[in-house]
Design a protein around this ligand. Structure first.
Ligand SMILES: Nc1ncnc2c1ncn2[C@@H]1O[C@H](COP(=O)(O)OP(=O)(O)OP(=O)(O)O)[C@@H](O)[C@H]1O
Ligand SMILES: [Mg+2]
Length: 339
């Protein structure tokens, strides 16, 4: 396809071009090649619908709320339960999924017109625009049609194989990318919306839910990220410990018989995601704690689920996954049918 930044050989399976004699112009040949490439892609798209059981888009109304962290976490949590999982990073300007999974230096393998995903931890198959960018310090400036062409090519040309779930991470907002994906990829199950706990979350989530409605996709639910931050300590057993909370007010905790205590601070307020879900009448999928280990993991390429598989964050992801799976099971339930 001529407007695509991804170039590779198209493989040897296409039919002979019905070109008259030797005189067909180069332009005609190019047009026909493009038409065949499009036909092949369409056929693969319908194949994808059969090969990939569930396709889930991860969206948020605004940036930096943890879409990529949640996408990677959902993928890893599903994969460690033995599911076959793919993760597609559609963020062209800031693709950071490969870094979060420690596979940012991997190269995509292209053969016979197909792009083979990079294999990450727990066998998660990863495709990201980051794999195409030679210099990560240079901004990627692709004009609309080129960007959308690349996305379509990513969807149509990737050899995912059989998958239980494909998680798709997007740039913030309700831009062209989710629209293109929803129009190109058949059989998307729905949208998971990521939000933070502030009250403005309601506003942002409403936008994302309305967007899902516009593109006729069910909203599987809302995940509240960066929820409470838990601090722990030890003191005299069976006594009361008092610490100063974020608002300057004391917060008390009881130590147990070993002297251990624990307090969860609502760094950004609490419950924005749950109340947004209630008010907008969509399922609440769970809350993920504010965890400095997530930031470290993003930098080191070792996700929290890998670094601490039995930790509170990994457990919270498992709960979200359980709820997402339940929603997928009930996807005929009227509560998730937005359109
Ligand atoms: N639960 C969490 N606890 C602590 N830090 C977090 C948590 N979730 C995400 N972060 C941190 O917040 C930052 C933004 O996260 P992330 O990149 O996942 O957001 P995003 O919504 O994908 O951003 P963008 O809109 O730019 O794509 C990262 O530094 C990440 O490590
Ligand atoms: Mg992101």
């Amino acid at each position: 396809m001529s407007d695509s930044p991804i170039s590779h050989h198209s493989g040897g399976t296409e039919p002979q071009q019905p070109v008259e004699g030797e005189d067909a112009s180069t332009e005609q040949k190019a047009q026909m090649e493009q038409a065949y490439a499009q036909m092949r892609r369409k056929m693969r798209m319908s194949q994808l619908d059969k090969e990939i059981k569930h396709k889930i888009m991860v969206l948020s109304g605004k940036g930096g709320v943890g879409k990529s962290t949640v996408s990677v976490g959902l993928a890893l949590s599903l994969a460690r339960q033995g599911k076959k999982v793919g993760l597609m990073d559609i963020d062209i300007t800031g693709p950071n999924v490969p870094k979060m999974l420690g596979v940012e230096n991997a190269d995509l393998h292209v053969e016979d017109g197909q792009i083979f995903p990079v294999i990450g931890p727990h066998g998660v198959k990863v495709i990201s625009m980051a794999f195409l960018i030679e210099d990560p310090d240079k901004p990627v400036i692709w004009r609309g049609p080129i960007k959308l062409g690349a996305i379509q090519q990513f969807i149509g040309d990737v050899a995912w194989g059989e998958l239980d779930a494909l998680i798709i991470d997007f740039p913030p907002g309700t831009s062209d990318e989710p629209l293109t994906v929803s129009q190109s990829l058949p059989g998307i199950d729905g949208v998971v919306i990521v939000t933070t706990p502030q009250e403005v979350a309601l506003l942002d989530s409403r936008k994302s839910i309305n967007f899902a409605k516009t593109i006729s996709l069910p909203c599987l639910g809302v995940v509240e990220n960066m929820s409470g931050y838990t601090i722990r300590g030890t003191a005299e057993p069976n006594t009361t410990v008092s610490i100063i909370g974020p608002k300057g007010t004391p917060i008390e905790s009881q130590t147990d018989e070993n002297g251990d205590w624990m307090v969860t601070l609502d760094v950004f307020k609490s419950g924005g995601g749950a109340s947004a879900a209630t008010e907008l009448e969509v399922p609440f999928l769970g809350a993920l704690p504010f965890d400095p280990g997530i930031v470290r993991g993003g930098d080191d390429g070792v996700h929290r689920i890998i670094a601490e598989p039995d930790g509170a964050t990994a457990e919270a992801f498992d709960i979200v996954v359980r709820n997402v799976l339940a929603e997928l099971e009930n996807s005929s339930s009227p509560s998730v049918k937005i359109s």
